[in-house]
Design a protein around this ligand. Structure first.
Ligand SMILES: [Zn+2]
Length: 294
C-alpha cells in the first residue's frame, strides 16, 4: 500500500497572470500564448498515456463566454489594467475556452478548481472584501455553469487572505505557500532565493482548518525555473524538484504546481516535465506513491 503521494495542481491561465504590470505584451509578442496550444496538447497526451488526473485551477474569465465577462466590481489600478488587457490583447492571450475543451476531451478525467475570476491579488489594498466576494462569486458561477467542480482555490501568486469570504463562496480547500516559505508578498532578492532553493527543506503538505471550516492546504514545489534562469538557477530548481520527488517516494505527501504556459515559455521545461512524469509513473507502478490532484 503506497504511503507517499504526489499531487499536482496547475495554475491555469493565459495572459491573466500578468494582466497587471503588462508582462503579457512581451509574452504575446514572443508567441507564448499561441505556442501554449501545441504545448498543452503534447502535455495532456502524456497525462493520458500515464493515466494521471491533476487539478486545473482556472481563471474564471478565461473560460467564461466573452459576452458574460464582467469586471465592473474591480477598482483602481487593477480595473484599469484589466480594461487595457481586454481592449488590446489578442484572443489567445485572453480566452482559454479552447484549452478547457482540450482538458475536457482527455480520456483520463481531470479535476478542477478556481484561480479566482479575474486573477485578483488578495493583497491588493485597492480591492477589499466586497470586491473579493464578487470575484469569488463570479468564479464559482462560471465553473458551475460549465459543470466543473469549484471547491478548491489557488490564490493568485499565493497572496492569500479573506478566508471567511472564500469559505462562504463554497470553497473547502485553499492552496497556501509551503509552511517554511518566505512571505509571497515580499519579493526576496536573488541571493535569498538561491539560498532558499538550496537549503529550505522540502515541506510536505500540512493542513489546518480555519474557525469557519475552510481547510488551508500548505504546499507546494514549483515546476519551473524561469525564463531568465541561467544554468545555475536551472540546476538548483531541478535538484530541488528531484529531492521533493524522492521525499514522496519515501512516504511524504508532496504537492507540486505548474503554469501550463511555462511549458511554451521556459526552454527545456517540456522535456524535463516529461521525464519527471515518467519517474512519477514508475514510483506509482512500483507501489511507492499514489498520484492525484489537490
Ligand atoms: Zn496565477
Amino acid at each position: 500500500m503506497a504511503t507517499g503521494k504526489v499531487r499536482i495542481s496547475l495554475d491555469f491561465e493565459c495572459g491573466w497572470g500578468v494582466a497587471t504590470g503588462g508582462q503579457w505584451r512581451a509574452n504575446q509578442t514572443a508567441g507564448i500564448y499561441r505556442d501554449l496550444r501545441p504545448a498543452l496538447k503534447r502535455f495532456t497526451r502524456q497525462l493520458d498515456d500515464l493515466e494521471f488526473s491533476f487539478t486545473w485551477a482556472a481563471v474564471g474569465a478565461m473560460i467564461d463566454e466573452p459576452e458574460n465577462r464582467d469586471f465592473s466590481h474591480l477598482r483602481g489600478q487593477y480595473a484599469r489594467d484589466v480594461g487595457e488587457f481586454l481592449a488590446e490583447a489578442e484572443e489567445p492571450t485572453v480566452d482559454g475556452r479552447d484549452l478547457l475543451d482540450m482538458i475536457n476531451g482527455m480520456r483520463t478525467s481531470q479535476q478542477f478548481g478556481t484561480h479566482t475570476y479575474s486573477h485578483l491579488l488578495f493583497s491588493d489594498p485597492e480591492q477589499g472584501a466586497e470586491v473579493v466576494a464578487i470575484d469569488m462569486a463570479l468564479a464559482t458561477e462560471t465553473n458551475r455553469a460549465l459543470g466543473l467542480d469549484c471547491t478548491r482555490l489557488v490564490f493568485p501568486r499565493n497572496h492569500f487572505g479573506h478566508f471567511d469570504i472564500v469559505g462562504g463562496a463554497g470553497i473547502t480547500h485553499a492552496r497556501m505557500p509551503p509552511r517554511n516559505a518566505p512571505d509571497p508578498t515580499n519579493r526576496p532578492g536573488a541571493l535569498r532565493r538561491a539560498w532558499s532553493l538550496s537549503f529550505r527543506p522540502v515541506s510536505p503538505v500540512w493542513e489546518e482548518k480555519t474557525p469557519s471550516g475552510l481547510t488551508l492546504h500548505y504546499a507546494s514545489e514549483f515546476l519551473n525555473w524561469g525564463v531568465s534562469g541561467g544554468a545555475v538557477k536551472r540546476h538548483l530548481h531541478q535538484r530541488r524538484i528531484s529531492r521533493a520527488l524522492a521525499r514522496a517516494a519515501d512516504g511524504a505527501d508532496v504537492h507540486f504546481w505548474l503554469h501550463p504556459f511555462n511549458l511554451a515559455q521556459t526552454p527545456s521545461l517540456m522535456g524535463f516535465m516529461e521525464s519527471f512524469l515518467r519517474q512519477v509513473a514508475q514510483y506509482r507502478d512500483r507501489g511507492l506513491i499514489s498520484v492525484t490532484g489537490f
